[in-house]
Write a protein that binds this ligand. Structure first.
Ligand code: SF4
Ligand code: F3S
Length: 112
């Protein structure tokens, strides 16, 4: 089991999650973060910290595509442990449907 970052993180990227993770297992893309499934210790503290409610335990079958995406990009994106300001339009994009199809970027973020 692991926790996974899902679609509503895209273009919200609030980064409250990285502050509380005890094992620093978040990785940064251009417009979202992912969790490394082999490093996450399933503590669950990040889940309620996300203002966009984008983090879930991978126990639901519907999250299989997101588990795959987290695993794939955690392998190449840079580690991130510090919170920066969210995008200026984060609130406007909170809850917008079909974010993966419309906005997902495979490009890496800056990392720490
Ligand atoms: Fe980090 Fe815990 Fe969240 Fe896993 S569940 S990403 S270990 S804060
Ligand atoms: Fe994304 Fe939520 Fe973290 S929006 S960056 S998972 S606090």
């Amino acid at each position: 089991m692991t926790y996974v970052v899902t679609d509503n993180c895209i273009k919200c990227k609030y980064m409250d999650c990285v502050v509380v993770c005890p094992v620093d297992c978040f990785y940064e893309g251009e417009n979202m973060l992912v969790i490394h499934p082999d490093e996450c210790i399933d503590c669950g503290v990040c889940e309620p910290e996300c203002p966009a409610e984008a983090i879930f335990p991978d126990t639901a079958a519907r999250l299989a595509p997101w588990l795959a995406l987290n695993a794939e990009y955690a392998a190449t994106w840079p580690n991130i442990t510090v919170k920066r300001a969210p995008p200026p339009d984060a609130a406007d994009l909170d809850g917008v449907p079909d974010k993966r199809q419309r906005y997902f970027s495979p490009l890496p973020g800056d990392g720490d």
